[in-house]
Design a protein around this ligand. Structure first.
Ligand SMILES: Cc1cc2nc3c(=O)[nH]c(=O)nc-3n(C[C@H](O)[C@H](O)[C@H](O)COP(=O)(O)O)c2cc1C
Length: 141
């Protein structure tokens, strides 16, 4: 069955504490596991970017649910495409908080990461993909 990847960005409706993020991830990981969905969620200063990988119907239905979640707004689809293999096969939903330390090590995103806005990525799908890729082998919690 073909695997697809969907990437979106959004803004949190309130500052998300580690506890808020952990609660969100616990439920997300259980549900993703049952749907064979993998991916990565990035968070910085109220900004989210998420990759969802799985069967097209499953990631589209989950994206509908996520897009209506009141914990965030301005949900913007960046891309949706078939992929040969999963980029995050080990994560039912990986998570990384882009803290100041990681900003210093990521080339080319300094301005954006110091003032993240969703529309930065609107016509920059490959940059979104590259940013997610940077966190492929790390897990914040
Ligand atoms: C930024 C963000 C990312 C989320 N990611 C996921 C996810 O990967 N998987 C998931 O099941 N729910 C995720 N959720 C939570 C869903 O919006 C929803 O609350 C959850 O799927 C439970 O939905 P249900 O009770 O209708 O099944 C996310 C929510 C937010 C705000």
């Amino acid at each position: 069955m073909a695997v697809n990847c969907l990437v979106y960005v959004s803004l949190a409706n309130q500052e998300m504490s580690d506890k808020h993020l952990q609660d969100l991830l616990k439920k997300a990981r259980d549900k993703n596991e049952s749907l064979n969905i993998t991916g990565m969620l990035l968070y910085r200063d109220g900004f989210f970017m998420q990759a969802l990988e799985g069967e097209l119907n499953d990631i589209e239905s989950l994206f509908d649910v996520i897009a209506n979640d009141t914990r965030h707004r301005d949900v913007l689809l960046i891309y949706k495409k078939p992929i040969k293999q999963r980029g995050f096969p080990d994560w039912k939903m990986g998570f990384n908080k882009i803290d100041d330390k990681s900003v210093a090590t990521i080339d080319g995103y300094t301005d954006f990461l110091n003032n993240p806005t969703p529309d930065f990525f609107l016509h920059r799908a490959s940059e979104a993909e590259a940013l997610l890729d940077q966190f492929k082998h790390q897990l914040f919690f």
